[in-house]
Design a protein around this ligand. Sequence first.
Ligand code: ATP
Length: 333
Amino acid sequence: MASIEFKQVTKTFQQNVVIEDLNLKIKDGSFTVLVGPSGCGKTTLLRMIAGIGPQTSGQVMIGEKDVTNIPPGKRGVSMVFQNYALYPTMTVRGNIEFGLVNHKVKKHERKQLVGSISKSVGLFEYLDRMPSTLSGGQRQRVALARAMVKNPSVFLMDEPLSNLDAKLRAQMRIDLIELHRKLGTTFVYVTHDQVEAMSMADTIVLMNKGVIQQEAPPEEMYRDPNNLFVAQFIGVPPMNISNLGVDHVKFGFRPEKLILSTSPIKSYFSIKGRIVTREMLGSETIYQIRYNDISFMAKSTEDKYQVDQDINVGVQAEDIFFFGENEERIRPD
Ligand code: ATP
């Protein structure tokens, strides 16, 4: 069992309360992504699981065990850091093996393990190379292999892809999903990038200022956000928000749910606006549209509309979200 649970956990740095009275259950075998803006407390949570930044009060459980007083090396967790933290004077083999030497695993067993794990992450031919001679993606794989070799019951990853270029990042996302499927181990992954969260997680925990805003599978987070913060954090470009001219009530609609047409749109709520900017991204085009004194974004698979063109914009009632005074979602009955 490698579920993780935070029970009324508070973390303070000096006098600064970063996390207060937090409760969270992470399911055994899940791929859970902690996401939120910079400084919201994601890394702090991860470090509490690892035991390298213990909580100020409350309890952290791994499986059935209260790990509050258990040192990092005895928690059955492995952590992969953003900067990989490889040993520069050791070969790839030495880096991967390092954790095992410490755990007194016999030499022939070590050799076998390093061999099979390096094959599974595509590093077998690189075992005798030094980290400085590897690409960013290869270094990242060494860091992963080094974590895997310890056969942890929980993998902790702190922005492990942020040093890679966009193409490699996309590939590594797929590799990590496959790795998770293969290992069946609990993955807890920290990122500030909602695209990473949406593409890899089976559960997203979205935080803001030390408080969990919503915990849900990616699709649910997108379809059924709890509040304005979640609605705007998930989705690219973010949800358009306006206040209807009604004090304190806001309404929102996603750029990709807008229908654009040069002729009037029937059976939708619609307005006539004007295109002010156009950004062609390949399969999709992002338009900024002005209507009276508001402007909003639309995302369309049609790239034929031009700047300064008048355009009808429609949205279906079911694609409009409402938020109340406290920014909580007002759901239809
Ligand atoms: P990022 O995405 O920028 O890494 P994060 O969500 O991981 O951000 P944390 O690193 O968990 O955020 O930091 C949460 C808050 O705690 C921040 O306000 C940060 O300044 C503060 N903090 C973190 N570590 C310390 C420390 N050692 N001493 C004092 N304050 C700290």
